[in-house]
Design a protein around this ligand. Structure first.
Ligand SMILES: Cc1cc2nc3c(=O)[nH]c(=O)nc-3n(C[C@H](O)[C@H](O)[C@H](O)COP(=O)(O)OP(=O)(O)OC[C@H]3O[C@@H](n4cnc5c(N)ncnc54)[C@H](O)[C@@H]3O)c2cc1C
Length: 441
């Protein structure tokens, strides 16, 4: 990707040939989710003077998604407390929030200005565009996935439908043993719905945690009553009168089901960017300043493919991060790009998942072949799996161990060395080991 110096608002170079400098450029943010909402507020806080329009395709003001597969599904989080900001916040920050408008076309000029058109025909001119379009559930190419009772979970509408179905379901099959699938399975089982998780890989959460952590998690779910089938794939879905009745597996088994949740990952919503001519490859390709390939358009959150922001990274590895932390931190950095502060996005990525009684917190990014040091905590259910690449600590997977999580997250940010042999010594807590490592001798 070419290097494109970021330019602040109002720069004459933003409008080549224009006799007058536009001192109140209009920032248009498409996608009113976690990243878009944070970008709007952060841009205003960091000094964006011109109008800001935040457009979302859903009929709601920006809300937080993590509870959708957890407390909201249990009925413990009321709808009203999902909102990311109060209505007054948008007014006070002079953010024009437009909901229920799906942008389906963008005309983008070479200087980053352009026009966005919604499905309803409404149009917005912009001086600067930010895309925060998020992701959608990955499609599972399986026969009869359109049967009634087969759901995915990405937005509030999906969560409301699932919560409703759970009140009458007698047999749930969750396809996909990743974070969302396991959260749903734990919630449904606790609510008394017999649940089976079907995972094609040999272990749960295969792409994101070590086999050691996955094994502990699987044991805990089984103990709570979740049935888990790994190493098998759903072959086809069966139904009667258009409604799901069973999931047929590739090992010949058939699981009866009156509810199926497909949770096999998410895909970036980058079609608008592609059509506008921006470089996309598993998401909208951006640099460390959140600039897309035209050097003007910003892309943030789940839709962006970015250089690994970890402090120890050389930035050559590209990835997409699907987490609240990434949406917020990347949006903060992007706001700096828009307002001329130009702070590259550097941060220790982190993520959490609540699955029944398990609180999983992950700091840093591990690769499948990174080695492990497993520490079992003093209280039942407490485990921390440290991931090492050679002699370097690169990540930690913490189960019910928030103190370890905080200690490692800080250590990764400061690049505090923690030799493997030290880490394996459970006589001291990780916090104590790391404090000792920081103390000058
Ligand atoms: C059920 C669930 C549970 C999760 N749990 C956790 C968790 O425990 N911890 C964690 O860190 N992360 C969790 N995540 C991930 C986290 O919610 C996402 O990483 C985060 O929401 C990404 O923010 P975003 O703004 O990039 O995308 P989103 O929040 O998806 O927002 C994108 C918005 O853009 C809108 N949009 C898209 N295209 C258009 C268009 N053309 N016009 C107008 N609007 C458009 C979409 O409708 C959507 O509202 C969870 C996600 C889900 C779905």
């Amino acid at each position: 990707m070419p290097a494109h110096p970021a330019r602040g608002p109002g720069s004459p170079r933003d409008h080549p040939g224009s006799p007058a400098v536009n001192t109140t450029p209009h920032l248009l943010i498409v996608g009113a989710g976690q990243a878009g909402a944070h970008l709007a507020g952060s841009a205003r806080d960091q000094g964006w003077k011109g109008p800001i329009t935040l457009i979302g395709g859903e009929p709601h003001a920006p809300y937080t998604r993590p509870p959708l597969s957890k407390t909201f599904l249990k009925g413990q989080t009321p709808l009203s407390s999902l909102a990311l900001r109060s209505d007054a916040y948008y007014t006070q920050h002079r953010i024009d929030l437009v909901v229920d408008e799906h942008i389906d076309h963008i005309e983008l000029a070479g200087d980053g200005t352009g026009t966005a058109t919604a499905a309803t025909g409404r149009r917005w001119r912009f001086d600067r565009l930010a895309l925060a379009t998020g992701a959608r559930p990955r499609h599972l190419p399986i026969e009869h996935a359109d049967l009634d009772g087969v759901l995915t979970l990405r937005d509030l509408h999906d969560a409301q439908a699932l919560a409703q179905r759970l009140t009458t379901a007698t047999a749930l099959v969750v396809i996909g043993g990743g974070f969302i699938g396991l959260e749903v399975a734990a919630t449904a089982t606790a609510a008394g719905v017999p649940t089976t998780v079907v995972e094609a890989a040999p272990t749960l959460m295969n792409r994101v945690v070590s086999a050691a952590t996955a094994k502990i998690v699987a044991t805990a779910h089984r103990a709570a009553g979740v049935r888990i089938r790994t190493g098998v794939r759903p072959l086809r879905l069966r139904g009667t009168n258009g409604t799901i009745t069973a999931v047929e597996l590739d090992d010949g088994d058939e699981l009866p089901a009156d509810l199926v949740v497909i949770g096999v990952g998410a895909q970036p919503r980058d079609e608008l960017a592609r059509a506008a001519g921006l470089h996309c490859d598993n998401g909208i390709v951006v640099d460390a300043h959140c600039l897309a390939s035209d050097g003007h358009t910003i892309a943030v959150g789940d839709c962006a493919n970015l250089p690994d922001p970890s402090p120890a990274s050389d930035g050559t590895v590209r990835l997409r991060l699907e987490s609240v932390d990434n949406a917020v931190e990347q949006a903060t950095s992007a706001a700096g790009t828009l307002t001329g502060l130009h702070r590259p996005y550097r941060s220790v990525p982190w993520f959490w998942s609540d699955q029944g009684n398990l609180k999983l917190q992950i700091a840093g990014l591990a690769r499948p072949d990174d080695e492990i040091v497993l520490r079992t905590g003093r209280r039942p259910g407490q485990h921390t799996t440290l991931r090492y690449r050679g002699s370097r600590l690169v990540a930690a997977e913490c189960l019910n161990s928030p103190a370890d999580f905080l200690a490692v997250r800080r250590a990764l940010g400061e690049e505090t060395p923690l030799p493997r042999v030290t880490a394996a010594d459970t006589g001291l807590s990780l916090k104590e080991h790391l404090a000792a490592a920081r103390t000058p001798r």
